[in-house]
Unconditional design. Structure first.
Lengths: 187, 247
């Protein structure tokens, strides 16, 4: 379970989050929606432990947590396959599993390519494959589909929807939240 | 195919060698300034003796020992100082002091404490150490914070973070430091040999050439130092190029 209680966060004089509380239970899917600058990404970063709230508490009892950020955040000097394998232990034994997850994302032929050889959408799919590969209990997604065209977006969302993980999604698109059967929270 | 840059370099070199030749001929005194031909002939004569290669090997050995030790120590210190502000505050002024102190002062001071054979090793190391340390520190600071956050979210082990994020980021900085610092260390090491005149050394030969007014020898050994410096830099560049990242 992920429990955020009474979270407050500001940047300088600008209050971004003010007393926000949120709970995500195992298997539950929650989408955070709101205008730009409303603090959606800040909320995810706090949930992931990358930022500390000025007030409030964060309790993450999920075992494995994976995240897909707005940027792919792939190692430029490793291939797509090696990037996925990195989170699986970075060993030869885990290479096959990494290959399978890439195949599920339709990226078999891109496995040996470096990120600079892939389009923005393909890089983002590698990042999603990396997150799926760890079989997370909590999957945190920060507008992960925005670099993809509509057809591709639909197929990737369908792929992500199969996971049994709890999902905390930030998006501007209500239909993405619907496709993932998310409960929508507006901030 | 020869590049236009190589042609330009060759023409510039020929121009300066011709200028040297004309100046030496106009002076007409080989004790003051020998011609390039006289220097090359003397270098060839020296190179045909076993003694030349033994002396050269010992000097190269000393300088490489100092340079490689400093490269390893500089990299290790950079890891320590970037992970501890206290150590950074402690070490940074020492590095600044080492960089600012003249080679001659350090050499004479170190000569009081150490064997003359070891002084050039230490002096070379002291020239290389701050350059490698500061460059590796810059490389570590340049690691992409977004990749480090990703590593944190996925709980990557510290060793994996070092191998997969830090080392590929730092490598270009380390490579630049090594190539630059080696030339510096080589020159400082030879200068230290000239000042301390250890048993077998290029520095001793340069010092003796000056003492006995063997100007051709002085020029020939100096030319050997320049050629060896260029050769060593090329070898180091080749060795490090083999470890180039795909970034």
């Amino acid at each position: 379970m992920l429990k955020l209680t009474n979270i407050c966060r500001s940047y300088g004089a600008q209050q971004v989050l003010s007393g926000l509380s949120l709970t995500v239970n195992p298997g539950q899917r929650v989408a955070i929606m709101g205008p730009s600058g409303a603090g959606k990404t800040t909320l995810l970063r706090i949930a992931l432990g990358l930022e500390t709230p000025e007030q409030g508490t964060v309790e993450n009892r999920f075992g494995k947590t994976a995240a897909v950020f707005q940027e792919p955040r792939l190692l430029p000097w490793r291939t797509a396959l090696e990037n996925v394998n990195l989170v699986l232990g970075d060993t030869l034994k885990t290479m096959e599993k990494a290959r399978q997850v890439l195949a599920q994302m339709g990226l078999s032929e891109a496995a040996g390519k470096y990120p600079r050889e892939l389009s923005g959408g393909m890089q983002q799919r590698v990042a999603i494959a990396r997150a799926m590969a760890v079989e997370p209990e909590l999957l945190v997604l920060d507008e992960p589909f925005k670099a993809m065209d509509e057809a591709l977006r639909t197929s990737v969302i369908a792929c992500v929807a199969k996971t049994g993980a709890a999902i905390l999604l930030v998006t501007h698109e209500a239909w993405e939240a619907e496709q993932l059967n998310c409960e929508i929270i507006r901030i | 195919m020869i590049s236009s840059r190589a042609v330009k370099n060759l023409l510039a070199t020929l121009f300066w060698v011709a200028a040297w030749y004309l100046l030496a001929v106009s002076m007409g005194n080989p004790l003051m300034l020998p011609t390039p031909v006289q220097v090359l002939r003397r270098l060839w004569q020296l190179a045909c003796t076993g003694q030349f290669w033994r002396i050269t090997a010992v000097s190269i050995g000393r300088i490489l020992l100092g340079a490689v030790s400093a490269m390893v120590l500089g990299a290790l210190l950079a890891v320590l100082t970037t992970s501890s502000p206290f150590l950074d505050a402690l070490i940074a002024p020492v590095m600044t002091a080492v960089q600012a102190t003249p080679v001659a002062s350090i050499t004479i001071l170190v000569l009081i404490w150490l064997s003359r054979d070891f002084v050039p090793v230490l002096i070379c190391g002291m020239m290389v150490l701050p350059v490698v340390w500061s460059n590796v520190c810059a490389g570590i600071h340049a690691a992409d914070p977004q990749l480090l956050e990703m590593a944190r979210v996925y709980h990557l082990p510290p060793l994996t973070i070092a191998r997969r994020i830090y080392i590929p980021t730092v490598l270009p900085y380390f490579r630049a430091a090594c190539t630059g610092a080696l030339g510096l260390g080589w020159k400082a090491g030879i200068a230290a040999e000239v000042l301390t005149v250890p048993g077998k050394s290029i520095g001793r030969m340069i010092s003796e050439s000056k003492l006995y007014l063997l100007t051709e020898d002085l020029f020939a050994w100096t030319l050997a130092v320049v050629l060896l410096s260029l050769g060593l830099q090329k070898i180091i560049l080749k060795l490090l190029a083999g470890r180039k990242s795909h970034a």
